[in-house]
Ligand binder design. Sequence first.
Ligand SMILES: Cc1cc2nc3c(=O)[nH]c(=O)nc-3n(C[C@H](O)[C@H](O)[C@H](O)COP(=O)(O)OP(=O)(O)OC[C@H]3O[C@@H](n4cnc5c(N)ncnc54)[C@H](O)[C@@H]3O)c2cc1C
Length: 469
Amino acid sequence: MKINDFKLSRRHALKVAGASLVTSTVAGCSKVPETVSSPLSIDGVLPWSNWSGNQVSYPAERARPRNIEGLVKLLQETEGKIRAVGAGHSFSSLVPTDETLLSMARFRGISHINQATKEVTIGAGTRLAALGDDLWENQLGMINMPDINTQALAGAIATSTHGTGQKFGSLSSYVTGLTLVAANGETYNCSALENKDIFDAARCNIGSLGIITDITMQMRDAYYLKERSEMLPIDEAFAKMEELRLAKSHFEAYGLPHANHILLIEFDEVTKQESDAMQGKAVSGDAYETFRTLADVIDTLPFLRGAVMSIAPRTVGVEERYGPWNKIFGNVRDLRFNEMEYTVPAADGLACFREVLNTIKEKNIDVIFPIEFRYVGEDDIWLSQFYQRAGAAISVHNFHDKPYMPYFAEMEAIFDRYQGRPHWGKLHTKTEPEFAALYPQWQAFKKLRQRLDPNRRFINKHLEPIFPV
Ligand SMILES: Cc1cc2nc3c(=O)[nH]c(=O)nc-3n(C[C@H](O)[C@H](O)[C@H](O)COP(=O)(O)OP(=O)(O)OC[C@H]3O[C@@H](n4cnc5c(N)ncnc54)[C@H](O)[C@@H]3O)c2cc1C
C-alpha cells in the first residue's frame, strides 16, 4: 500500500509513537516471547513504514528472535508468510507484509576477527554505522561504503548496496561467508567452498531465500581519506568524468536538473600525517546547504526554478574534508526523498547520464533533485546489478512529498534502452520476464529459491510477479 492511500492522522501518529515506546520497553525484558503482537494498534494492527514513508503495511505479528535456536523454532512452529526487515531503507516494496515481520536486530556486533586474512564475522542486524569504530580500533576498514551508513548489514547485502568506484564492487561482493536459515529451519553455512550455489545466490537475495544470521566480510587495513567536491560547468564535467573513472579509486557526480553544472566528488586515500595536518583547515563549499536553500526558494516561488538552478550552482565553492574512512563515508540524509536507480553498462554510463539530463530539460520535468552518477565494479553474484558487468549506477530522486511516478516512468524508459538493471531496493516496475532477460542466472536462482522455500513463505505481494512460481 502506498502512503498516498493511507495518511496517518496526528492522533494515529501519537498512538503509533506510544506503541513503539511500549514495544521497545517490552523488548528489553527477558521474559518476552520470540513473537510479540503489537500491544497498541489501529484496528488491531500497528502499521510499519519504510524510511521515506512511501511503503506502509500492517504486520499481524512482529518477531525479534534472540538467537539462532529461536529463529529456527519460529520458522518450524509457525505458518504463513515471513518478511525480514533490516533498517527499512528500501524504497521498493520488498519488506511490506501483513503477516509476520521479522527483525534480526538482536543479531548484532562483530563476533570474530581473523587478523591474518582481515575477514570479519558480523551479526546480520548490525547497522553499518555501528561497525566503524570497532573496525577502526582493530586497525581495519571496510573496502567501500554506500552514501549512508544506517542500513543493517543483511539488508544492504540483500540488494547489492554499493558505493562508488569502478575498482570496487558492491558490499555483497566483499562477503566471503554467510549463514542462512531456510524456510524449514535447516541452517546452511555458505562460502566459495561450502554450499557454493547458495552462496552465489544469497549474496544478493532480496529476502527471498531464507533468513541470514551472520555475514563474514573481507576488510582491509584502516585508512584515511580526502574528499574533494567541486561544481563544474557541464561540458567540462563530462570531459573530466571518463578520465576520472579510470584514474580515481572513488569518484561520483551529481547532475543538477535544469542547470548547466555538475558537482564532482573525488575521494583519495591519504596518509595519517596528511589527514592530521588538515584537521580544522578543511575548505567548506556547502553544496548540500546551498541545495537545501534553493529547494526552499523554488518550493515557495516555483516560477524562479530556471533562474535559481542556473545561478545558484555558481556560488558553490570547492569543499574538502579529511579523516578516517568511517568519518568521511556515510552522509546524513535529512531531506526525505523517493528514488529509482538503474545500472547500465559502464561504457554507456555517460551517454545515458547525458540523455537523462537532456530529457528533463527538453520535457520540462518538474524536478530539481540532483541525479547521482556512480561507477561500480563487476561481480559474480547471480542477481547483483553488477553480475559479470561493470556498471554506471544512475539514481533519480524526488522529495518524499512530491509526485515521483510520472518522472520515474520517463527515466525508466531511458534506462531500458541501455539494458539497465534496477536496484532491488529502489523503485522500478519490472517483473519476471524482464528480469529473466537481464540476468543469465535467473533460472538457477529460481530453482534454488523453490528448493529453499517450497511453500513460498518468503514471497510477499511485491515479489509475486517477480517469482510467480
Ligand atoms: C537515504 C538512503 C540512501 C541510500 N543510499 C544508497 C547507496 O548509497 N547505495 C545503494 O546501493 N543503496 C542505497 N540506498 C538503498 C539501501 O541501501 C537498500 O535499499 C538497502 O537494501 C536497505 O537496507 P536496510 O537494512 O534498510 O534493508 P531493508 O530495506 O529493511 O530490507 C531490504 C531487503 O533485505 C531483506 N533482509 C533484511 N534483513 C535480512 C536478513 N537478516 N535475512 C534475509 N533478508 C533480509 C529484506 O527482506 C528486504 O528484502 C539508500 C537508501 C536510502 C533511504
